[in-house]
Write a protein that binds this ligand. Sequence first.
Ligand SMILES: [Zn+2]
Length: 348
Amino acid sequence: MSVPPFGYDKIEIVGDKGFTLQPNENAKTIEIIYKWYIEGDGSTVIAKKLDSMKISPRHGGMWSKATITDILKNPVYMGMVRWGYKKEKKTYVDGVLKKTRTKNSDDYIFVKGIHPAIISEEDFNKAQIKRQQNTHQCTTPHNELKNPLAGLIYCQKCGGLMSRMGSNKKNKYDNIYCPNRYCDNVAAPVFMIEKAIISVLSDRLRDFKVEVDFTINNEREQAIKNSVLDDLSRSHNVIEKQISQTYDLLEQQLYTADLFKQRNQELQQRKEEIEKAIEKINSEEKSKVDQKYYVEEFIPQIKDVVSLYFNIPTVQGKNDVLKTILKRLYIIKKKPIQGGMSLMKTSK
Ligand SMILES: [Zn+2]
């Protein structure tokens, strides 16, 4: 600890080799910074207030937001000291287990120091809660979505949701990989999958175009269908009349009981056949209504995605747009030697 934290002086421990901290006249400034912050002032406001009160930071000049934030998160002010330790980290490098000691500066714990606190533990914790709330309010780059395919890509081999791995020394691009370590699906660059999705979608559009053209060309077929439907319902009426006639004829004793039964059965059977035929045509109509939804709503959505996707400026925006038309996308990537990646199936 070469430079003591603002608000403390470094003093020698009498009769020992070590040093400890003693609050100095700046401890009052520390107190006031915490007080204001807990009361609701932001770091920038506090910096301005201190400047206007002619209270200077350690090296003079103006207060900065960062300096205030550093003070607000330093547990030394509640009497704690940072005690660094190096965590053992196991990694596999080329299939060989390697144990490394991390040099990550986050690997430390706080222990009670021997120096006097300036801020109570309670106030320090209040300030930490405030800090968390404040960081969550504004979208920091840390919270920004980094994977445009988040929540969409599933592994064709094991069915699991695939994750993004940021680019690193080994991988030039962000990759989508299967986090299931027992699965051997090969990772694929995010940009490659994006391209594949858009190309699959535009292929889909071509299919739809064929269907739409087909529908339009079949207006004549529709007219025929309508006249068939008319005929069927007319026949249906006639048969119903005939059925009721069989009862009249039976009543008038022009039909014997056997003849009535036979005639009635024949007519009921024909009636059912006609009803089935009508039902069949009507269900075809229903599927046309579904197709109408595709033509009028779903296809324009896909068209928008295909033409706009690569112009969407934010990753979040890309992800939102993809989610409007896709639910799950299963991918499998063939080994580079065989080349290519195939998008197996999409589902809405
Ligand atoms: Zn998998």
